[in-house]
Design a protein. Structure first.
Length: 512
């Protein structure tokens, strides 16, 4: 009862506080402002970030390039115009990475991510990079990922056989695939070793993917971020803490399996894997235990959920467009050798374009506000007021990627052919769009994601193995709904699967 009364009085005073906030000076007076009440209203309704963007922000930001937006208890500047996005990424010494640990230090996101390679800056970031980069950008053995992808196809067919009259959900199967790939590539663990953990890991990742705050928490914390440290105030106060702590415990359990396997000589050690490089640095005193844990959690969550959500999105689009799926399958079956390599995958133009187009229309992180200005800076060439020091600035990848002024009138349509017809043209367009700030699913310039090449390869490989084994189409009873958290992709997607039947005697064998 006391908590409910307290919430009532907090809400009662909110209208006066909101009025006071609306008259605060915004950091970018040259750009329009999204009213606070609209942002909070959308939080209260629980609509997705894509829906909120399309309704509130798109009509304004596409005309002006950036807006002032209320976020985490302060005014921030959100940009989509390519020259502004490129400025953020290029001027890394002015637009400094800060992350949740600096922006909202008492939040659940700060609790789980802490200080890590993605959100750090300067000497600390350099130190993390020296440890982690070799483990991420080394040459990977593709065979375990091929086996995991084949296993995904088989599991989808088994589930379909159990429910022949309706489409089957793909979320859990793809999440298990993503965990297998990460465990083998970065934790030095066999897929069978982590099998017993799948139910708990998938459940924890699903809860994290859907958001770490209730609707009421999201609303209140957006106005008063400091309330998040007072969990006892709300009946659901520990909701996010429980999600974060549960996921952290599972990640650390998986990491400990690596030591057990090597102690029992059940797997030969690959010292260049990320887990071993992090452990070696921690034991040598190069990083603290806190930094070891933060980096491991960040890498696991980003490495699993990003390729998970993008593969979901690709299967959904190919299930809607069966003709495109057939074209893609024909390319894979006729041009890809049985014992293929990473370079073979790069020589399939339609496959490459399909992956790029999926990342364009469904960038894993819809937006990110994790940089602040180290000094006053002119934001854009046509402004008269510099952004003040300590202004938080972010980008909206979905906004830029679907802006008709950037990508044409079909910007919100899925069309891999927009990238070109041959590998040289496609790769050149990919690089050019990144440099210009028009395409940045993995960020760009000096802080481009270290694992971007790995993620692209795994996406291509998974699609190839699925296309060689199964055919699928959308379930007409499923209406697309999007993930409600910070990610962008289908939620609870359902598709019909069937085993691919060879139509030509000379089709290559899958076992060659």
């Amino acid at each position: 009862m006391f908590a409910l009364l307290l919430i009532f009085f907090i809400l009662l005073g909110t209208s006066a506080i909101l009025y006071a906030l609306t008259i605060l000076e915004t950091p970018a007076p040259d750009y329009p402002t999204i009213p606070i009440w609209q942002t909070l209203y959308d939080h209260a309704r629980g609509i997705t970030r894509a829906e909120s963007y399309n309704t509130r922000i798109r009509p304004i930001i596409e005309r002006h390039g950036a807006v002032n937006l209320w976020h985490a208890g302060r005014w921030v500047v959100l940009a989509t115009r390519p020259d502004l996005v490129a400025q953020i990424f290029r001027q890394d010494d002015i637009f400094i990475k800060g992350g949740n640990i600096k922006k909202i230090p008492h939040s659940t996101f700060a609790r789980i991510f802490g200080v890590n390679i993605i959100d750090s800056h300067g000497a600390l970031h350099t130190s993390f990079t020296e440890i982690i980069k070799p483990g991420i950008q080394r040459r990977f053995d593709l065979e375990p990922a091929k086996a995991s992808s084949a296993q995904l196809a088989e599991s989808l067919l088994r589930e379909q056989a159990q429910h022949p009259a309706k489409g089957v959900g793909i979320d859990h199967g793809i999440m298990e695939w993503a965990v297998r790939v990460f465990a083998d590539s970065f934790l030095d663990l066999d897929a069978e070793r982590v099998q017993v953990y799948f139910p708990r890991v998938v459940e924890a990742m699903d809860r994290f993917k859907d958001g770490v705050a209730t609707r009421l928490q999201t609303l209140l914390y957006n106005i008063f971020p400091s309330l998040e440290r007072l969990h006892w105030l709300l009946p659901s106060g520990h909701y996010g803490v429980r999600i974060a702590d549960r996921l952290e415990d599972l990640i650390m359990e998986l990491a400990e399996l690596t030591d057990e396997d090597h102690a029992n000589a059940t797997r030969s050690r690959d010292n260049e894997q990320v887990i071993h490089r992090l452990r070696k640095a921690y034991r040598a005193g190069s990083i603290t235990k806190y930094h070891y844990r933060c980096n491991l959690k960040q890498l696991f969550i980003a490495g699993v959920e990003n390729i998970d959500i993008v593969l979901n999105s690709a299967l959904w689009e190919l299930g809607k467009n069966v003709a495109l799926q057939r074209r893609l399958r024909h390319e894979v079956l006729t041009k890809l050798p049985g014992n293929y390599t990473e370079s073979d995958l790069d020589e399939l133009p339609l496959l490459t374009a399909t992956v790029y187009e999926t990342l364009r229309l469904y960038p894993p992180l819809i937006n990110l506000i994790n940089r602040y200005t180290s000094e006053p800076v002119q934001f854009g060439s046509d402004t008269t007021h510099p952004l003040p020091k300590d202004t938080w600035v972010g980008w909206h990848s979905y906004g830029t990627h679907t802006d008709p002024c950037v990508w044409g009138t079909s910007a919100r349509e899925f069309d891999p052919d927009r990238w070109g017809w041959d590998t040289v043209t496609i790769h050149n367009m990919f690089r050019g769009m990144q440099v210009k700030g028009k395409f940045f699913p993995f960020a760009t310039h000096g802080r481009r994601c270290l694992a971007s090449k790995f993620a692209l390869t795994q996406m291509k490989l998974a699609l190839c193995e699925l296309l060689r084994r199964v055919e699928w189409e959308r379930d007409e009873d499923y209406n697309l709904s999007l993930v409600t958290g910070v990610l962008l992709g289908p939620r609870n997607c359902k598709l019909f699967f069937r085993e691919r039947v060879k139509k030509e005697l000379n089709e290559p064998s899958l076992d060659c």
